[in-house]
Design a protein around this ligand. Structure first.
Ligand code: PHE
Length: 459
């Protein structure tokens, strides 16, 4: 079956769910969540994170999938259609553009980090982790990030795989692979979390993750939690909108979105339970930044015999999780380009992937040659940030919340209640007024007040 615009339709609800969970579950859960939680006070961050997922990110996820299914095209084209069908201002097209451009930027750095994951498969396979202590694991990671040539090589491989899959169409390869690989990743993570319970730092880790003090909650914690919620659920970059465009009219969007959010959040929490006990057992620093996952887990693998099998399995699955996310970052731009240009999908995927690959060099150099270079040194919040930090911070904490805010306002205030209820198939649903309240008031006001608080009360 073909959608109006010539795009494909998922072959089943299960296929859509797997693709969407594949998009949601990725480096955001296993790499980004633990290090942000570590840097933002642990329990305070995790509590705020869960609350903002329920009140803000999940309602917007429902909205985004819905807007995609209503528009049945790339985010840019879907918004254009919705604008003309409902007589809205052309300014709303910023939702489509903002998301698509944001996805392109995220793809550029995502691929570099995804490259680390693939490289770690080779470390595991050659027994590098055997008997490793905290310092050695730290040095291994530091050596990798200090070496631009190696980073570029793995970044290239990661991007090439992403392009290859997107060029072939999302349906053929990815649907089949994610069905098996995502549950496997979950099981392996569960195993590692169970292993972590046997380490000496487990109690301290639990306290770190689940004890919270109100005085630990700053506006910047909340902004980081909202940003992470958007990032982790793949919300507001057009990825879910594009996948939503391929969803059959009969499917329930709300229940799918809830399943996606539960799967995604459980993987993140599980990653925290696997990682923080090791942080405390080996005297590492929870707030040490983007290297956290890559420094802690190898120590655990190294204690498990030679750690070869589990290490290979884990980093392979992490790479797969990253790939199933990165394809959803490339897809919005490719879907748009397909509508716009006559070039083949293959050529367009290569061209766009090439652009993101080039942009990724700025991230590569942020860890070595340009590590001390702060391009926006004059700008308060940005003053100590490298290119990578700026891309990461701007997309997650500015672009995603803004686009998400606009999506909520568009669906909550511009589209009428009747139109939205019908499109969701929720005319009689008891949860509908509740969801509508969240996207009309809670999500927009929540995002705005956090922005304002961060400007007024920096730090
Ligand atoms: N959700 C993905 C992750 O957690 C990243 C992502 C963000 C993918 C936005 C698509 C869109 O790794």
């Amino acid at each position: 079956m073909q959608a109006v615009s010539g795009h494909a339709i998922w072959s089943s609800r299960f296929a859509f769910l797997m693709a969407a969970i594949g998009s949601a579950v990725g480096l955001g859960n296993i790499w980004r969540f633990p290090y942000l939680a570590g840097a933002n006070g642990g329990g305070a961050f995790i509590l705020v994170y869960i609350l903002t997922i329920i009140a803000i990110a999940l309602p917007i996820l429902i909205t985004e999938i819905l807007l995609g299914r209503m528009g049945k095209a790339s985010p840019i084209m879907s918004m254009r259609r919705l604008i003309s069908a409902h007589g809205a201002s052309g300014l709303w097209s910023i939702i489509g553009w903002g998301g698509t451009v944001g996805a392109f930027f995220v793809l550029s750095f995502y691929s570099v980090i995804g490259g680390w994951a693939i490289h770690y498969v080779t470390y595991a396979a050659t027994g590098v982790f055997a008997g490793m202590n905290g310092d050695q694991a730290g040095a291994l990671f530091a050596d990798l990030t200090a070496d631009p040539a190696t980073l570029i090589a793995w970044h290239t491989i990661f991007m090439a795989v992403t392009v290859f899959i997107v060029a072939g169409g999302v349906k053929a390869g990815i649907e089949r692979a994610v069905v098996i690989l995502m549950p496997l990743l979950f099981l392996l993570l569960l195993g590692m979390a169970i292993y972590a319970t046997t380490t000496a730092g487990f109690g301290e880790a639990l306290r770190f993750m689940f004890d919270f003090r109100f005085q630990d909650i700053h506006p910047s914690t909340v902004l980081a939690a909202i940003g992470q919620g958007f990032f982790s659920l793949s919300v507001a970059l057009g990825a879910m909108m594009t996948y939503g465009a391929y969803v059959d009219e009969k499917e329930s969007i709300s229940s799918s979105a809830i399943i996606i959010a539960i799967a995604d959040t459980s993987v993140a929490i599980l990653a925290g339970i696997a990682i923080f006990p090791l942080v405390f057992t080996y005297g590492l620093e929870p707030g040490s930044g983007p290297g956290l996952t890559f420094v802690t887990l190898p120590i655990a693998f190294g204690t498990l015999g030679s750690g070869i099998i589990v290490g290979i399995a884990f980093f392979t699955l992490l790479s797969v999780a990253a790939i199933t996310s990165s394809i959803s970052l490339l897809e919005p731009t490719v879907a748009w380009a397909e509508e716009k240009f006559t070039l083949s999908r293959v050529k367009l995927s290569i061209l766009i992937g090439f652009g993101a690959w080039l942009l990724g060099f700025l991230t590569v150099f942020s860890f070595n040659h340009l590590a001390g270079f702060h391009p926006l040194a004059g700008l308060g919040l940005m003053k100590d940030k490298t290119f990578f930090d700026i891309f990461d911070f701007t997309t997650s904490n500015i672009v995603m919340p803004s686009v998400g805010f606009l999506m909520a306002v568009f669906a909550g205030w511009v589209l009428s209640s009747g139109v939205v209820a019908k499109a969701l198939g929720a005319e009689k649903a008891v949860w509908f007024p509740f969801w509508r309240f969240l996207i009309r008031y809670v999500a927009p006001l929540g995002v705005i007040s956090i922005f304002v608080a961060n400007v007024l009360l920096p730090g």
